[in-house]
Design a protein around this ligand. Structure first.
Ligand code: 4AD
Ligand code: MG
Length: 499
């Protein structure tokens, strides 16, 4: 290789290397340019000394603007204080391609602006950390299943039938026939589990969600294991091991990414087996309990105290501003931005919490949990929880009924802690042909589209289970960020189809 990647610099201390990348940032001082170069694998400061390089190199360093493409030759020096821990003392700089007026400057930009420039925003530090985390989690998922002997097989994206209800289908014209973008690979996963025992699909899924929330994309990636001869308990055990594996992997291998994101690691370190398991009915009782009312009162009180402390700090900073030195003023300004952001969050929470408290108190058995109910439930626990045995009426047609109580479906959801809510949905599948035929009828689904699925119950029907993990919801939780749109390179949501 004729050049070196920044992440490999530690293997080249004292050597001459060539870096290829883009200018991330630049400072100058008398006779020196400090070029922060970005190559996708990391950042590295390149020091260009006017007295030690040819005039062309000095001119190239001077002409380079943010996101200009550059090649830098130089000697690698260990320097703990620099980003990445290494510095390159340049011997030559070549400007490969200029960049005029790059739109994303180091100042603050609004989220809409950044989303509209997602194709460029991906070059920034925070997307860098999130996309590397995504890659790490994808690898951890494959390892988990491959080590256990699961086959990764793909379900089709173009389908002739609904899986998760008909209200969120993207319809299209398939040579004159109606067709849909898949909502879940599950039904095909079931066929493949009957053929291969244990499989998992890993692919894009589509939901025409008309809700604009921090948990909904219209195109998201789902991982769906499906296992022959597994009952609900075995399914829950697998989901638990799976989540623990992902979290452990990330804690081991994505430290730098989590640090860039400012993620508090303590809640992730608490993710251990066993996860509390509650039936839906127990979860409803907990939601309506005095314990929930009290917990929310305490949260509101803590937020009010934090609010008062931040307002006090802001007032003191402002009072000191005029007398402050220039560097201190800059610090105060930066802190004020942070304080204001946090105050906005607190205000939003204080607006929402009384409503959440009220809807928890009045929740009726039989309803599906909303996002805020899930959030409130998870605040009672320090790790993910599993809620199982939901009312059949709120779950999909293919769920097996609880033999102990026909009103219940053997479904289960895994809810992530810290208020993140559902990341996994799944359950044990119905095995009885007549029951499934009746379900398809009751759900108003076209029987013809499910004939092939019924075959799975005609020829050697066995108990089986599976679940679906939403990749972006999981990443949102792992990264500790607010909105899932930043966890996928090019998000598709209500009102967003470009870039
Ligand atoms: O709970 P869901 O709808 O379950 C299924 O689709 C089952 N067929 C899966 C199975 O048993 N094989 O979706 C599963 C997960 C959710 O828990 C959530 O993490 C994610 O997919 N998800 C979404 N993620 C982003 N945006 C959306 N609109 C999502 N809808 C579901
Ligand atoms: Mg679900």
């Amino acid at each position: 290789m004729s050049w070196t990647y920044i992440e490999d610099l530690h293997r080249h201390e004292g050597e001459s290397v060539t870096l290829k990348g883009w200018l991330y940032n630049k400072r100058d001082s008398k006779g020196l340019f400090f070029l922060i170069l970005r190559d996708g694998t990391g950042l590295c400061q390149c020091v260009v000394n006017e007295e030690q390089v040819a005039p062309e190199a000095w001119a190239a360093a001077g002409a380079a603007t943010q996101e200009s493409a550059l090649e830098v030759d130089g000697v690698v020096v260990r320097d703990e204080r620099q980003v990445g821990g290494y510095e390159v003392q340049a011997t030559a700089v070549r400007l490969l391609s200029p960049a005029d007026d790059y739109p994303i400057t180091p100042k603050e930009h609004g989220i809409e602006f950044l989303m509209n420039h997602r194709h460029l925003w991906l070059r920034s530090r925070r997307p860098w950390a999130l996309m590397r985390l995504r890659n790490r989690v994808v690898m951890a998922i494959h390892h988990f299943f491959q080590e256990r002997g699961f086959l990764q097989l793909d379900a089709p994206i173009l389908t002739g039938n609904a899986v998760e209800g008909t209200t969120t289908l993207f319809a299209l014209d398939y040579f004159g026939e109606p067709a849909y973008l898949t909502q879940s690979g599950q039904l095909y996963g079931e066929a493949m589990a009957m053929a291969f025992g244990r499989i998992y699909t890993f692919g894009p899924t589509f939901r025409a969600e008309k809700s604009k929330t921090r948990r909904h994309l219209t195109e998201f990636w789902m991982i769906e294991p499906e296992m022959a001869f597994y009952d609900l308990d075995m399914n829950m055990d697998l989901a638990e091991d799976f989540i623990v594996h992902i979290v452990q992997d990330v804690l081991q291998h994505a430290r730098e990414e989590l640090a860039v994101l400012g993620r508090d690691l303590a809640p992730l370190e608490r993710v251990r087996k066993p996860f509390p398991r509650l039936t839906y009915s127990e979860a409803v009782d907990l939601l309506r309990s005095d314990a929930t009312r009290q917990m929310l009162d305490e949260r509101m009180e803590a937020l009010r105290q934090e609010q008062a402390a931040l307002e006090h700090e802001r007032a003191e900073n402002r009072a000191a501003y005029d007398r402050a030195k220039k560097w201190k003023k800059r610090q105060i300004d930066a802190r004020e931005i942070e304080i204001n952001q946090r105050l906005e969050e607190i205000e939003e929470m204080l607006r929402n919490l009384p409503q959440w408290q009220e809807s928890a108190r009045t929740f009726t058995w039989g309803d599906d949990f909303g996002g805020s109910d899930e959030t409130v439930l998870t605040w009672h626990f320090d790790r993910p929880i599993i809620v199982h045995r939901y009312p059949a009426a709120v779950k999909a047609f293919y769920m097996k009924r609880d033999p102990e109580d026909d009103r219940l479906a053997l479904g289960m959801d895994v809810l992530a802690p810290e208020g993140y809510g559902e990341i996994i949905g799944g359950g044990e599948r119905a095995t009885d042909l007549a029951f499934l035929e009746a379900q398809v009828r009751e759900h108003g689904l076209p029987r013809e589209a499910f004939e092939w699925y019924f075959d799975l119950r005609r020829y050697g029907s066995v108990p089986h289970s599976g679940f679906g993990l939403g990749l972006e919801r999981t990443l949102t939780w792992l990264a500790g960020i607010k909105h899932l749109r930043e966890t996928i390179p090019f998000p598709r949501m209500l009102g967003r189809l470009t870039p």
